[in-house]
Design a protein around this ligand. Structure first.
Ligand code: HEM
Length: 212
């Protein structure tokens, strides 16, 4: 018996599916993705169980944006400030990467605590998940420690009013950093006065976007 000619619909279907079949035969990727997306999960699974994956995503965003920032950031007192200005104002999408890294840090910490809270409230730390909890505690400590250098450096900048030589600011240099509480207050007041007197685009107290 002669083979029937495929209809137009079947021909279109074959053309569309050909690349997918080709990929599936060689990698098994299509089957893997189908399994991942359509497998049956327990009926009592809910959105709170996605918090762990959300935390992981936030961590990966921090890692990727951090590596990009590290390519342009210059960690020495003379050029740190101007390198941040360069990233924010001149580098293509630099403001976006810096913003994602800045806000992502808080998002990561908040998600980590929400995930831990979910695990605690659901009793998901009990047998056989004790090791998950212990490793989670280690991740929590290292996650919090990750942010501490940034918090410290911000504190130092505020206390000393340190600016790079490339900056147009007239703020005291590191060598003339205020040593007592009263001189710290004076330095702060002068900074505030200077900022109030200038427009956002000319203010150099913080390396924000000049266009904002
Ligand atoms: C960097 C931080 C963390 C990441 C990326 C992370 C990631 C994950 C992921 C993807 C899961 C599986 C999905 C889920 O149940 O949500 C999970 C489960 C779990 N995590 Fe975390 N986690 C982190 C921090 C923590 C912390 C701080 C704790 C507790 C101290 C913790 C304890 C657990 C436990 C006990 C489970 C098993 C829950 C279950 O089987 O229902 N994790 N984590």
């Amino acid at each position: 018996m002669a083979a029937t000619k495929p209809t137009r619909g079947q021909q279109v279907q074959q053309t569309i599916l050909y690349p997918l079949d080709w990929l599936e035969e060689r990698s098994g990727l299509v089957g893997g993705t189908k399994y991942f997306l359509f497998r049956k999960v327990p009926g009592d699974t809910n959105w709170f169980q996605t918090l762990g994956a959300a935390t992981l995503t936030a961590f990966l965003v921090q890692a990727v944006t951090g590596v990009i920032l590290a390519m342009y950031y210059k960690p020495d007192p003379q050029s740190a400030y101007s390198s941040i200005q360069y990233i924010t104002n001149d580098l293509w999408a630099g403001w976006l990467v810096r913003g994602m890294h800045r806000w992502g840090a808080s998002v990561f910490i908040i998600l980590m605590f929400m995930h831990m809270g979910r695990v605690f409230l659901f009793g998901a730390y009990k047998y056989p998940r004790e090791l998950n909890w212990i490793i989670g505690v280690l991740l929590l400590v290292s996650g919090l420690a990750e942010g501490s250098p940034v918090i410290c450096s911000r504190g130092t900048r505020r206390r000393t009013g340190r600016r790079s030589s490339a900056s147009t600011s007239t703020a005291p240099a590191r060598s003339s950093a205020p040593s007592s509480r009263s001189s710290y207050k004076a330095a702060r007041t002068s900074t505030v006065t200077r900022c109030r007197g200038s427009t956002r685009s000319t203010c150099s107290c913080s390396p924000g976007r000049s266009s904002r």
